[in-house]
Design a protein around this ligand. Structure first.
Ligand code: IPE
Ligand code: IPE
Ligand code: MG
Length: 252
């Protein structure tokens, strides 16, 4: 099954998949007496740095939380500026990502986005579809509960149509309907900005992720801080429910 957590025997000291909750843009801007949107703009540089660092360190999958289902509740002006920033960032960054062999994908409730952004997203996904370097997934209008509900609808339809029985539903069948169905589960979750919560990110997929939190605000997140997270990950013994002795016995 593609998105099962790695088994102890497959553990490497570099996470295959890193997920990041990019938080703290607004506070970064307020601390400089600037408007919140300037924090979001400053955050684009940290995205670029994270993509570069992940690729250089041998991470295969990087998933970034850019806008949650709940973020629609923010003031209209902030939401509008964020949507424009996503379009602008795609316009400016996709060629470079493509040159660097990055495959770009988006997850979330795409139908909620405006037409201009949807077009940019489709264009970026098409352009980079055959790249086999870092797989970069950006979550926009994404919520972990929404994702699980959508997967539930997909599996309910299969049962309704008679192609699957209720008793045959297992994890492998269920994950086929999740947004990250073809991506292994994150090994490491990073959250910047000092909060120690998941905020409705990948609720299913984070089941066995190592969690790493930093007070650094997203616009100040850099390669050094990324390396701190990777060092923390490398220091953990991942047991997946086994005992420490069992894990040691398989040579990790
Ligand atoms: C994260 O930064 C970006 C988004 C949620 C879109 P915030 O905008 O949440 O920044 P803070 O948490 O208010 O500082
Ligand atoms: C989480 O940050 C969502 C993203 C980073 C896109 P929030 O700032 O929205 O999270 P809460 O509201 O503090 O939990
Ligand atoms: Mg926040």
């Amino acid at each position: 099954m593609q998105n099962e957590p790695s088994k102890p025997s497959q553990i490497s000291s570099v996470p295959r998949h890193v997920a990041i909750i990019m938080d703290g843009n607004g506070r970064w801007a307020s601390s400089r007496k600037k408007a919140r949107h300037s924090g979001h703009r400053a955050g684009v540089k940290s995205v670029r740095l994270s993509v570069e660092t992940a690729a250089q360190r041998g991470v295969e999958y990087l998933t970034l939380f850019a806008f949650s289902s709940e973020n629609w509740a923010r003031p209209e002006d902030e939401v509008g500026r964020l949507m424009s920033l996503f379009v602008e960032a795609l316009r400016r960054e996709v060629d470079e990502l493509h040159r660097n062999n990055v495959r770009l994908n988006f997850v979330g409730a795409r139908e909620q986005l405006n037409k201009g952004l949807r077009e940019k997203i489709t264009e970026a996904e098409k352009k980079t579809a055959d790249n086999n370097g870092l797989r970069l997934t950006v979550a926009i209008a994404y919520g972990g509960r929404w994702d699980i509900i959508e997967a539930t609808k997909a599996i309910a339809r299969r049962v309704e149509s008679g192609s699957l029985t209720a008793d045959a539903i297992d994890e492998a069948e269920f994950v086929k309907g999740l947004q990250l169905a073809d991506v292994p589960d994150p090994d490491l979750l990073i959250r910047t900005g000092g909060e120690t919560r998941i905020s409705n990110f990948l609720l299913w997929n984070l089941a066995y992720a190592e969690l790493w939190f930093t007070d650094v605000l997203w616009p100040e997140f850099d390669a050094n801080e990324f390396d701190n997270a990777l060092a923390y990950f490398a220091s953990r013994q991942r047991r997946f429910g086994n005992t420490g002795e069992q894990v040691e016995a398989v040579g990790c």
